[in-house]
Design a protein around this ligand. Sequence first.
Ligand code: CO8
Length: 278
Amino acid sequence: MSSSDSETDILYEVKDRVAIISFNIPDKLNALNGDQYLKLGKFIEKADEEEDTVATIIQSSGRFFSAGANFADKSMENVDIQELFSHEYWLQRFVARNVWLTNLFNDHKKILVASVNGPVIGLTTGLLLLCDLIYVNDLSKFYLLAPFANLGLVAEGSSSATLFARLGWSKASEALLLAKPISGEDCYNAGLINKHYNGKFDNVDDFNQHIYKELTEAFENLHEDSIFQNKQLLKLSRDQYINQANSQEVMRGLKKWLEGVPQARFAQLAAKEVKHKL
Ligand code: CO8
């Protein structure tokens, strides 16, 4: 699977009462370019509007859940240099997209489930942290990395709020102030991960199928409307800080793109002149 194959890069299917969204770019560790994040958002919208589903699973393939934004996004190659430092470009490509995507994840009506086969980085970390239930195959192969400080950026996807809420002050500081990965074990101990399987599944498809089965059994006899209403109630106490973080993050992020630091850091990352702490 090549990252340029727009037919199969992200897949969508409805299986009985579950919508399943699958990242399918294993050769690029499921890093997503601008169009692919847009496609992900449209699939989340579609899943939200499904009449007969109770849950939406986001799953992946290969050894990473997602390596975040694609640092070699081809759509940026032919952009005029002045445009690459303009409000017009970044308001559309960054501010609007991040606010929209983060809101879609946060406001999703169904049970939002992540079936996690490997590490998660960058903007996708923010999106993962907005999922209701998180299942990990192998804790020892999982970490989350919010490397924004290493890229001249600031937190995205409301991760400044959700890292704090789900991992605590100290781990959130390590993640965002020092751009350090947070290990699977630390995430599990902090209560972020609902369940892990000690790497029991050698094959990612077997793992994803198992999560589907376990989840459908778990909600089988429950009253659907009560599930949806309880989700709305749970959201009441967190909406305010998540929405506030979303708007603050994009305003600060926009400034960084206009200064030009992330553009330079992304080029260095692609040339392997900058590395992340692992
Ligand atoms: N973008 C594009 N390609 C990637 C990415 C990425 N983010 N990550 C990995 N790949 C590719 C590699 O280039 C490589 O491809 P190839 O085989 O063709 O050379 C393949 O995936 C395998 O990667 P590695 O060989 O590097 O695998 P390693 O196991 O050695 O390292 C790492 C894995 C640590 C994940 C390393 O690949 C890495 O550091 N990747 C970059 C991660 C990153 O910084 N992501 C961006 C985070 S920031 C973010 O998500 C929000 C930014 C907002 C942007 C908005 C723009 C409009």
